[in-house]
Design a binder for this molecule. Structure first.
Ligand code: AMP
Length: 191
């Protein structure tokens, strides 16, 4: 079983690279952003609450995200492993994930952080926003999401560094080149 955290600021390519990794390694995609967007489409209480945070680029409160993750993790029993995309995003979430996985005799093998410069992130998300229909793919919200990433999410890098599980990968260039770098990293670190 391989469990990966794919980490990086918004627009760093986590979603795109997750899709390719799932195909190659047969893993289950676990994107809290996707789950939250499904909750919004389903007009659930959580969706209605989360929307207010997501539309302005803030993080949904830990207690709501954690309750949602508990509900969704066990839907995938028997999976060959997970790619956590957009989760964990805070220290509390990182500690919670370690605890939940330990209870299930699982662990994170590696956190792979995609490294992309700020201007490139903004350009990529604005381009995605032309078709994504996501209200948060708009310049002022993108800038807020990048700021939130640096303040609230980037500190969890230390958590994975301390466990010798952190690797940064150059996220610039073509999709296939980045994918090759990620796969080489996985095979060097886990095989
Ligand atoms: P994403 O699709 O991962 O870019 O997430 C879109 C938005 O959903 C974020 O800007 C947050 O508002 C919210 N979100 C997604 N995952 C989390 C999480 N792990 N913790 C808190 N908020 C989240």
């Amino acid at each position: 079983m391989i469990n990966l955290v794919l980490f990086g600021p918004p627009g760093s390519g986590k979603g795109t690279q997750s899709e390719k990794l799932i195909e190659k390694y047969g893993l289950t995609h676990f994107s809290t952003g996707d789950i939250l967007r499904d909750e919004i489409s389903g007009k659930t209480d959580l969706g209605m609450k989360a929307r207010a945070y997501m539309d302005c680029g803030e993080l949904v409160p830990d207690k709501d995200v954690i309750a949602m993750v508990i509900k969704n993790l066990d839907k995938h029993q028997g999976s060959k492993g997970f790619i956590f995309d957009g989760f964990p995003r805070t220290k509390a979430q990182a500690r919670f994930l370690r605890h939940e996985l330990t209870d299930r005799d699982m662990r994170i093998n590696l956190m792979i952080a995609l490294n992309v410069e700020r201007e490139e992130l903004i350009t990529r998300i604005l381009k995605r926003g032309e078709n994504s229909g996501r209200p948060d793919d708009e310049r002022s919200v993108i800038e807020k999401r990048i700021e939130v990433y640096h303040k609230q999410s980037a500190p969890i890098i230390e958590f994975y560094k301390m466990m010798h599980k952190f690797i940064s990968v150059d996220g610039k260039g073509g999709i296939e080149d980045i994918f090759k770098r990620i796969c080489d990293t996985i095979e060097r670190s886990i095989a």
